[in-house]
Write a protein that binds this ligand. Sequence first.
Ligand SMILES: *Cc1c(COP(=O)(O)O)cnc(C)c1O
Length: 405
Amino acid sequence: MDTASIGAYDDVRTASRALATEAVHAGRDDLARQGLHAPPIDLSTTYPSYDSRTEAARIDAFATDGADPIGPPVYGRLGNPTVARFETALARLEGTEAAVAFASGMAALSAVLLALPIPGGTRHVVAVRPLYGCSDHLLTAGLLGTEVTWTDPSGIADALRPDTGLVMVETPANPTLAEVDLRSVARACGSVPLLADNTFATPVLQRPAEQGARLVLHSATKYLGGHGDVLGGVVACDEEFAGRLRRIRFATGGVLHPLAGYLLLRGLSTLPVRVRAASENAAELVRRLAADPRVSRVHYPRIGGAMIAFEVHGDPHEVISRVRLVTPAVSLGSVDSLIQHPASISHRIVDADDRREAGVSDRLLRLSVGLEDVEDIWADLNQALGTSPNRPTATTNHAVVGAGR
Ligand SMILES: *Cc1c(COP(=O)(O)O)cnc(C)c1O
C-alpha cells in the first residue's frame, strides 16, 4: 500500500451495494489488488518520517479540522490503518460519511459530550429514559459538565433551550426495549444534534441517520463484535462532527486498540447473518414466554431483534441462579445467550425511583438471545423459571408484546 491517507485506502465506493455485501467488503476493497485476503493488523505506535516540515503541516491540518492526516499516520493516537478499516466499514453500514472508533461505548459517548459547546459553563443535554445505566449515570452525575433534562419523546421540543447541545435517545432502549419514533424526534430537535444509540438494533434492523439522527452511537462490544471478546465503541456521523471527535480522541486518548479494530471488522462481516438468526430465535422465545403463566409481561420491540425483556411472577434472582446453558452475565449481543437482572446489574447505578419510573421493574429480566438451537434455550429457560406460582393465567398481561414498553 502506498502512502494514502489512513482512512482512504482506495475505497471502491460503489453507489449501491446491499448491506450483506457491505458487511463483508467495506473497509477491505483494496486488499485483493495488494495481494492480500485478510486485513493486515498494524500495531505501530509511531510512524517514521524524514521530512519534519511536512509532518508539521499535517499535524496543523489535523488540529484545524480533525481530518485524517494525508500520508501515513503520525502517531497511534491520531489514527491507525486497521482501526480505519473498521470505521470505514461501519460508516458504510450506517450510511454516514464517517465513523470514529473508541476504546468502549462509554469512551465514545464521553467524546460526544466533550465535543459539545459549553455556552454557559455547562453542556445542556435533553434525554429520554431509559438509557443504558452508565449512560444515564454519566449524564446525571455531570462528570463531564452536563446538565440533563429528562423528558418523554413528546416533550423534547419544549425541553430544548437556546444552550441545548444534544438530544439523546436509545431505541430500542436498554433494558425495556421501549421504542422511539426517530423521525418525529429528529423533527422536534430542529438544528440540535440528535444522538441515537443503535447498539440494540444494529444497522441490520435500523439506520438512524436515514431518519434524521446526526450521531449514531454503538457499544461495539455488543453485536458489532458479536463474540464477547472485544470492548469498543464507535460514533457514525457526518465528516464535520467526525473531525471534532477525532480531535477529542487525540487529546483525551480513548483510542481503540488495532487488535480490537481487527476483531470488530471481522465481526461486521457476519453481523447480518448473526442478527437475523438470533432474531428468529428471539421471536420464537417471545411467543413461548408470552403464553407462559409464570411470566407476567414480555417486552419485545416492533422492529424485532435478539433482545427480550420479561417480568416474572416469582423471584427473578431465582431464575438467574438456575440457568445452566444461558450464561448469567451482563452485556449482550454475543453468539451465546446471556441473561441478567437490570435492577441489580446493568441499571444498578441509576437511582431506584428514576429506574422504576422509566419502566425498569424490579421483576424485569433482560435476555440476549444467542445462536444456540432455540429448543435448547427454551429447555433451559423453562427449567430456570421453576414451578408455576399458581396464578390464573388470565391475569397475565401480554399487552406489551409487540408494542415496546
Ligand atoms: C453496553 C452499552 C453501552 C456502553 O458500552 P461499553 O462498550 O460497555 O462501554 C452503551 N449503550 C448501550 C445501549 C449499551 O448496551
